[in-house]
Design a protein around this ligand. Structure first.
Ligand code: GDP
Ligand code: MG
Length: 248
């Protein structure tokens, strides 16, 4: 791609890849390089937004410096309060694409699926495309038992009380139509942003599809997910959806 093409894509991309990051300085360079290979290989018209939440490490500095080398990269500094939900919403507000893909900053997501996501959202008109770890047994072998238990319970409750048959409601790696998601009035600040997007899209009649895939393991940095802190958010999103469902 020549210089002119790159600046045109930056103004008007198809895909906005949103990466919420808190203390991911060890992972950012490798992730950006992997996305660079994918974008070039498939000639994707993509921008990449790193949304930093006042990290205690050099996440923002790393991202800021890498902008010089990678024309598609935008390092965004979001103010407090912290939270992955706040960061994804901030990314949605600043995206210039037709669709967005949420990618974790810890290198666990199978990013090759971005190409399939593009087909589903832009060509086939789905509003939401989810990566599902529960379509094939080999894809959920490596999920820790406690996570599996909570995810199964959440899915079961959503199925019987809301009527949604999707297998992987809560995995954050997903793609959506940006105009669609902007009118959902998202409110989550934490990890419950993922089921909020899934349940609101379902209840408002947006088409959802699932693509089979497997999540990797974090090698560097630390997980920020704490069930004791995030559990109430998941419950709130669920109960709000049950109430919305009862009204229709
Ligand atoms: N901007 C921002 N990103 C966050 C926050 N909490 C987690 N993340 C990012 O969200 C992604 C997933 O978080 P992680 O801690 O790996 O959660 P886990 O995979 O459920 O253990 C990573 O890229 C984190 O850096 C936050 O408060 N703000
Ligand atoms: Mg993780």
């Amino acid at each position: 791609m020549d210089e002119k093409n790159i600046s045109e894509i930056n103004r008007n991309p198809d895909i906005s890849i949103i990466i919420p990051c808190l203390n991911e300085e060890q992972n950012i360079p490798q992730l950006v390089n992997k996305l660079d290979s994918l974008i070039r290989h498939h000639a994707l018209a993509a921008e990449v937004l790193i949304v930093d939440d006042c990290s205690d490490d050099y996440t923002f500095r790393e991202s800021f410096i890498m902008q010089k080398e990678f024309g598609f990269l935008r390092a965004l500094h979001k103010g407090l309060p912290r939270g992955i939900g706040h960061a994804i919403r901030y990314g949605i507000d600043h995206s210039r694409g037709k669709m967005a893909v949420v990618v974790m900053g810890d290198l666990v997501d199978p990013i090759a699926a971005i190409v399939d996501f593009q087909k589903k959202i832009i060509e086939e008109g789905y509003k939401l495309a989810l990566l599902s770890r529960y379509l094939a047994p080999e894809d959920h072998k490596n999920i820790p038992l406690s996570y599996k238990f909570y995810q199964w319970g959440y899915r079961f409750l959503c199925r019987i009380l809301i009527g949604i048959k999707i297998k992987d409601i809560t995995y954050a790696f997903r793609a959506f139509d940006l105009d669609w998601v902007r009118q959902l009035k998202l409110e989550s600040g934490g990890f419950e942003i993922s089921p909020e997007i899934t349940l609101k899209t379902f209840l408002k009649g947006g088409r959802i599809c699932e693509i089979k895939g497997r999540q990797g393991r974090r090698i560097q940095g630390e997980s920020k997910f704490l069930f004791s802190r995030e559990g109430s958010g998941y419950a709130r999103v669920f109960f709000k959806a049950v109430i919305l469902r009862a009204r229709y």
